[in-house]
Design a protein around this ligand. Structure first.
Ligand code: ATP
Length: 223
């Protein structure tokens, strides 16, 4: 599904990634681990087209996308949940979800078109805590609730591969459990996931754990 080959990235003259290679198969959960500054965010951003200057290959569903703009990658089925969530703070839960659904995307899962109403039902089934909060503004939610909303909003774009940057970082333990369970449920439904994390919450459930050390891939471990 996703193949990264020999990807290097530079912020100006400073190189942040050094010929990184990895793959994520259909329905796989791959965890990307590494210390602060190892290059996890840079790698995810490079895959979705928001990263710095790149050299190398990013192949998604057989198509070379390294030159594609981010909106095109999103249209092809790449979804990204950034570390800082990027919610519309003044908008309600429902409005945040509908903004994503109104993006000019063809909502296709396999051959089946999914309506916005069905998508809302699916995200509320995954995160039941969001349903009674539909009229609450994002700025009035806890960090964990905002994270659920951020994931739910990305799911409204019908991704086939979901990339997430530290989804459980700094979140109350009880909500961490809900988020982890929701991500595992997505995997069981066939979603492919590439998740950067430092706290090893999902690593035990991963098909593969990839360690980034100073911008380079280290050991490929199978738990
Ligand atoms: P963290 O968990 O702290 O976010 P990370 O593993 O995601 O760390 P990156 O944020 O990708 O690591 O950083 C990789 C390297 O690139 C670091 O040396 C960092 O200082 C550098 N870097 C990241 N963003 C920028 C930027 N916008 N401009 C210049 N250098 C950057």
């Amino acid at each position: 599904m996703l193949e990264v080959r020999g990807l290097s990235a530079w912020y100006g003259a400073a190189q942040a990634l050094f010929a990184v290679s990895l793959h994520v198969g259909q329905g796989e959960l791959v965890v990307l681990e590494g210390l602060n500054g190892a290059g996890k965010s840079t790698l995810l951003q490079s895959i979705i087209g928001l990263g710095p200057k790149l050299q190398g290959e990013v192949i998604f569903q057989g198509r070379q996308i390294v030159q594609c703009p981010a909106h095109e990658r999103s249209r092809l089925g790449l979804g990204f949940v950034p570390e800082d969530r990027r919610l519309f703070a003044e908008l309600t839960v429902l409005e945040n979800l509908l903004v994503a659904a109104r993006a000019p995307l063809v909502h296709v899962r396999g051959e089946q078109r999914v309506s916005t109403k069905q998508q809302l039902e699916q995200v509320f089934a995954l995160f039941p805590a969001l349903q009674p909060m539909q009229k609450r503004r994002a700025l009035e939610m806890s960090g964990g609730e905002q994270q659920m909303l951020s994931i739910a909003r990305t799911l409204m774009t019908s991704p086939t591969l979901l990339l997430m940057d530290e989804p459980c970082e700094g979140i109350a333990p009880v909500l961490v459990e809900s988020i982890r369970d929701a991500l595992l449920q997505l995997k069981s439904q066939g979603m492919s996931l590439l998740i950067a994390e430092q706290n090893a919450l999902l690593a035990a459930h991963a098909d593969r754990v990839i360690t980034l050390v100073a911008g380079q891939t280290g050991a490929h471990l199978t738990p």
